[in-house]
Ligand binder design. Structure first.
Ligand SMILES: *Cc1c(COP(=O)(O)O)cnc(C)c1O
Length: 351
């Protein structure tokens, strides 16, 4: 349990005094009778399914998520992909040219891109050789302007989850906000940190429908945090940031969780099979790292050479060799069975 946390001191002054945009749908929400007509938003009245503005609070999507995750709706904010959610967090808490964030390379590239866009210093503290956070060094790198620490667990591109003890210590000792990116949590044996949300007022968890839920194309990111933090983010989000088609598709998917769970189980089983095959049967692969995600990181003799050879054979993977600690590493997404067969055939054929 973390006490003595003062959210107010982390919020930018201009955001504290902001009067949010009030949309027509914010000002009048509920059709109390079917006979009510809505002439308040300058919409086109001819019905075609999407002629009305979407629900700015995405209540139906949040109801489902709230049920599935056991988190109250006031603790949820939705965005146009996690990328929008992360950007909102920057804009709410990080004063340009003044504040800094801490990231732990090798990790997801968007944190540093968003830091650059928002003119925020990105202080990097490399992960350890076994890809774990170096808690002491992280805390030493912080100062009073360190607003956000980004933890990605399971981490992209390394695939591992961060140790529970390290995450807990960072949550307790870091004075700013801890953003825990759980984009790959559904592929992991480790539990989500969601159930600890009440214990840590500085914890923000982001998840996405892009990976395990198979909806990268609709762009839906989810943020879970204290209702105070969610309120701040709500105040600055664009009023209709999640479009109607996205909300509809998300609802359909969240009502078919068996389908989602079945796909996740298949991907986890393919991940295991792929790892075993790569370890046993491809000579130039030096190491396949353990993965809690829907991808594998491997170390080979010459990553750029192998990457180019695979392209020639019609297999596109990700070359991560320029990332710190990832020299000669390739990242491979787990595909469906036939795709993984094609990948394995291609890898085995290379000389
Ligand atoms: C893929 C990924 C995301 C997903 O971002 P969206 O904008 O929701 O598609 C977020 N974080 C990490 C670490 C990822 O790898």
């Amino acid at each position: 349990m973390k006490t003595n946390f003062n959210l107010n001191s982390l919020i930018r002054e201009n955001i504290k005094s902001l009067k949010p945009y009030s949309s027509a749908r914010d000002e009048y929400k509920d059709a109390t009778t079917d006979a009510m007509i809505f002439l308040d938003a300058n919409e086109n009245p001819f019905e075609n399914g999407v002629n009305r503005y979407p629900d700015p609070q995405q209540n139906n999507v949040k109801d489902l998520l709230s049920d599935i995750k056991g988190v109250s709706k006031e603790n949820i904010l939705l965005g146009n992909g996690s990328d929008e959610v992360l950007d909102l967090i920057f804009r709410a808490f990080c004063e340009p040219k003044e504040d800094n964030i801490i990231t732990l390379p090798p990790t997801y590239g968007m944190y540093s891109v968003l830091a650059n866009i928002n003119a925020i210093e990105n202080r990097t503290v490399l992960l350890s050789d076994d890809f774990q956070p170096k808690v002491k060094q992280i805390l030493e790198a912080t100062d009073a302007n360190s607003k956000i620490l980004f933890l990605c667990s399971p981490n992209n591109p390394t695939g591992n989850s961060f140790s529970i003890a390290s995450v807990r210590e960072l949550l307790m000792k870091f004075k700013g906000l801890v953003v825990l990116d759980e984009a790959y949590i559904d592929f992991s044996d480790q539990k989500s940190w969601l159930e600890s949300l009440d214990k840590y007022p500085n914890l923000i968890i982001t998840q996405t429908l892009s990976k395990a839920y198979g909806l990268a194309g609709i762009r839906l990111g989810v943020c879970y945090a204290s209702k105070e933090i969610i309120k701040v983010l709500n105040n600055i989000k664009p009023p209709y940031n999640v479009n109607e088609l996205t909300q509809q598709r998300a609802i359909t998917r969240l009502q078919n969780l068996d389908e989602v769970k079945n796909e996740i189980a298949q991907l986890i089983s393919e991940r295991k099979r792929l790892k075993e095959e790569l370890e046993c049967c491809v000579g130039y692969i030096e190491k396949v790292y353990p993965s809690d995600g829907n991808f594998l990181l491997l170390k080979v003799d010459d990553a750029t050479k192998r990457y180019n050879q695979l392209i020639e054979l019609g297999v596109v993977i990700r070359n991560r060799t320029t990332q710190p600690l990832c020299e000669n590493c390739l990242r491979i997404s787990v595909g469906i069975c036939e795709e993984n067969q094609k990948l394995l055939r291609a890898l085995k054929s290379l000389s």
